[in-house]
Write a protein that binds this ligand. Structure first.
Ligand SMILES: Nc1ncnc2c1ncn2[C@@H]1O[C@H](COP(=O)(O)OP(=O)(O)OP(=O)(O)O)[C@@H](O)[C@H]1O
Ligand SMILES: [Mg+2]
Length: 391
């Protein structure tokens, strides 16, 4: 399993950017160039961890490469620091372009999601009612909170909602907004909602909303505090505006108990996205196995084992990938030797496959470990009883 290094990379980026600015200020062209290239390299690495914002990172990486090439001219022609050059409207444009980079196209369909029938229904209902013509007194939901253990399909559900509506989908990771824009993150949020209103129907997906909570740490950073109040103001503000533009906010968290009242009260519709049950496990395995032959497998037995092991949809995906690889390696033991061949030659050859067998899964089941325990699940269930909505 790959380790998500986006947090440390983000800090490394901020550090490199600051060092770049210092170098520019001092007129140290060599170092500024070096730091700009470092920024570009870090952004390229970041693009590997964030599928939705990949293009945006790559574009930014290219921008930093251009800066590295231009740095000489900039230092020579401007004696003052480059930041000072930016006028207010440039800044606004920057925010807008950053917000526009958060827009991603979603091709996810409801049928790509295994299980979660009730959750899907609830979401579809919300989405549909928001779009239909209706009397003024019927107010659609403005926000839905999706909560549950990691890897259960929260992001997938948000993408499917956007995909099905062909809505503009803004994918916002709270920690990224906070770490990237520091003091200006709240401006980001208001720009985000104004662009979302312009481009309605829109779905704003706010992942890791718990990063804005005050409960978890007493000393919530000033930036988080401001982002939180802007977010709440946007929420309350546009509740009263025209009710025929759909701007639906979907928020997700793994730790709903960390959320404070201010957030919870804006999300009266709270949907629990649980670990898959047996039936859902079978569906998710089938989705991940695609067109390979499963007729020799006892899917029910595998699913029972997966439920016992507290597997999430993400774990199931990894399990299937491992099982498929076990089959491929067994059928093509000398696969690596083909690496010597030119690409054109490889294209003429076919990978050997066979129907998947129980033994392919047995190995994989030993290797894939869920980070969850019964106690964790009970904690979610207790929260659902008290605050949630679970059909
Ligand atoms: N119900 C499901 N049906 C099909 N695939 C699933 C399901 N749940 C998870 N997956 C697989 O696991 C991957 C991760 O799911 P997703 O990103 O939606 O989880 P999440 O709940 O947002 O997790 P996190 O809380 O860690 O952000 C998906 O891309 C998909 O491949
Ligand atoms: Mg997610």
């Amino acid at each position: 399993m790959t380790v998500d290094l986006s947090g440390p990379l983000m800090s490394a980026f901020s550090k490199a950017k600051k060092e770049f600015e210092d170098a520019v200020r001092k007129g140290d062209i060599e170092n500024a160039k070096k730091k700009a290239l470092e920024c570009s390299r870090i952004l390229r690495q970041l693009s590997k961890y964030d599928e939705f914002n990949r293009n945006s990172y790559l574009k930014k990486a290219e921008k930093w490469e251009r800066i590295a090439n231009d740095v000489k001219i900039k230092v020579v022609t401007t004696e003052t620091k480059i930041d000072a050059k930016e006028t207010k409207s440039d800044e606004d444009k920057d925010f807008r372009s950053y917000v526009e980079e958060l827009i991603s196209k979603s091709n996810v369909k409801w049928s790509d999601i295994g299980g979660l029938e009730e959750v899907k229904k609830l979401m579809m209902e919300t989405v549909v009612i928001s779009a239909l013509k209706k009397p003024k007194s019927i107010q659609p939901w403005k926000g839905i909170l999706l909560f549950g253990p990691p890897g259960t399909g929260k992001t997938l559900l948000a993408s499917a909602a956007a995909g099905s509506l062909k809505a503009t989908f803004f994918n916002v990771k709270t920690s990224t907004v906070l770490s990237k824009y520091f003091g200006e993150s709240s401006k980001m949020i208001s720009t985000l909602y104004s662009v979302a209103r312009e481009k309605a129907p829109s779905i704003v997906f706010i992942d890791e909303i718990d990063a804005l909570t005050m409960k978890r740490s007493q000393d919530l950073s000033e930036a988080s505090r401001r982002v939180l109040s802007t977010l709440l103001a946007e929420f309350d503000g546009f509740q009263d505006k025209k009710n025929d533009t759909l701007v639906l906010t979907l928020a997700a968290t793994n730790t709903p108990w960390d959320l404070d009242e201010a957030i919870l009260s804006r999300f009266p519709r709270r949907i629990y996205v649980p670990l898959p049950d047996k039936k859902a496990c079978i569906e998710i395995i089938k989705i991940n196995i695609g067109d390979l032959d499963t007729s020799k497998l006892d899917l029910l037995a595998i699913a029972e084992e997966c439920v016992k092991k507290f597997y999430s949809g993400r774990d199931l995906k990894i399990l299937c990938q491992e099982a498929i690889w076990n089959m491929i390696r067994e059928e093509n033991p000398k696969l690596y030797e083909l690496a010597e061949l030119p690409f054109e030659e490889l294209k003429n050859r076919t990978l050997k496959i066979r129907p998947l067998e129980t033994r392919d899964f047995e190995e994989a089941l030993k290797r894939v470990k869920s980070p969850l325990s019964k106690k964790d699940i009970e904690k979610y269930e207790k929260w659902v009883e008290e605050y949630g909505e679970y059909q």
